[in-house]
Design a protein around this ligand. Structure first.
Ligand SMILES: Nc1ncnc2c1ncn2[C@@H]1O[C@H](COP(=O)(O)OP(=O)(O)O)[C@@H](O)[C@H]1O
Ligand SMILES: [Mg+2]
Length: 328
């Protein structure tokens, strides 16, 4: 059936993030699923002379790369360099192209692209604009342009005060580096939408997942967000405090249809391929806004992408098989 090389970035967590706490474990899990699907597998750490390790496989028509590389030199905004190199060396690989990664991985660039193409995304300002803004009582949220996994996002990031946001932006930049921006806080429902398909074709849209905030944790809170603690801090009450639901009544069908249409637009505008996930918030008037376009979302068993596939009856082994078939 051919060889699949599982390529990862070797990250084992650092001071900033517990995220990809173990890229090696993730690579091993994926390789196991691929073997169950009948492929031969090899695991290569791209951060340890990965290019040298890959070169012997160059030109072999029966090799596909499962690209799990999320950062290069611990920088998420350089992850695009990996598929760029794979492309230049003629490797077929899963997921997003270098250019799609580059567009999706910078939230400010992504928002500009969405605005130009009529895709609804919440209003935003770059940090330099903050001193001139006058508060109107509306809430804003401070976010990183180039990090994912809610790094540097907690409740403190949501406020009506531009002065507070400006001060916090400086603090976050000192701690984490990178660019930060503010976005209008959308007080409402949150949806994650997985997609799979060919580059340039129409994606299959996976069952909608709504993130439901547990009352025990979030009741009475001024704002509900899936911040760093809810994703990574096992000791925090917020940890796993939001969970996905997939069943909707007829009253939600129009909203879901409009979210799906926006997903298809994102697929074309960002030039997505293989698989992706788009995160949404819906305002109290029922208008959906794209928060971000995730290229190459996490493939861990039990994480959102695999769970949404399970809802449509696909096992993790079948998902891996499909991703390899969609590689280009
Ligand atoms: N404009 C917004 N309004 C309300 N909540 C937001 C907004 N932007 C982000 N959030 C909250 O923060 C979480 C993380 O933001 P997101 O843009 O998805 O970045 P990432 O997942 O890459 O860290 C979201 O899941 C959501 O709960
Ligand atoms: Mg997100």
């Amino acid at each position: 059936m051919g060889l699949v090389i599982v390529l990862h970035d070797g990250s084992v967590g650092d001071a900033n993030t517990l995220e990809t706490g173990n890229a090696v474990a993730q690579a091993e899990e994926s390789a196991g699923l691929l073997r169950e699907a009948g492929f031969e597998t090899r695991i290569i750490d791209y951060s340890q002379n990965g290019q040298q390790a890959l070169l012997p496989f160059k030109g072999r028509g029966d090799v596909v790369i499962l690209n799990l590389v999320e950062s290069i030199d611990r920088r998420d905004d350089l992850a695009w360099q990996c598929p760029q190199w794979l492309f230049e060396n003629g490797f077929a690989f899963t997921g997003a192209s270098a250019s799609a990664l580059r567009l999706g991985d910078n939230k400010i660039v992504a928002k500009k692209l969405m605005t130009q193409n009529g895709i609804p995304t919440a209003p935003w300002h770059e940090i330099e604009a903050l001193p001139a803004l006058v508060a109107t009582g509306e809430k804003w949220i401070l976010k990183a342009a180039c990090f994912h996994a809610s790094l540097g996002i907690d409740e403190e990031n949501v406020t009506t005060s531009f002065a507070a946001l400006h001060g916090l932006a400086k603090k976050r930049k000192d701690t984490f580096g990178g660019d930060w921006f503010i976005e209008k806080y959308i007080d409402g429902r949150e949806f994650n939408m997985g997609m799979m398909g060919r580059f340039g074709g129409e994606p299959d849209i996976l069952p909608a997942a709504e993130m439901v905030f547990a009352d025990e944790v979030y009741a009475g809170r001024e704002q509900k967000i899936i911040g760093y603690k809810s994703k990574w801090d096992e000791s925090a009450p917020e940890y796993n405090g939001a969970s996905a639901r997939y069943a909707f009544d007829s009253g939600d069908q129009a909203l879901l249809a409009s979210i799906q249409a926006i997903c298809r637009q994102c697929w074309q505008v960002f030039g997505l391929g293989g698989y992706a996930r788009v995160d949404f918030r819906v305002d109290p008037e029922g208008r959906p806004y794209v928060l971000e376009v995730n290229t190459n979302p996490c493939l861990a068993v039990g994480a959102g992408f695999m769970n949404a596939n399970a809802q449509r009856g696909l096992t993790a082994v079948q998902v891996m098989e499909k991703l390899v078939l969609l590689a280009r």
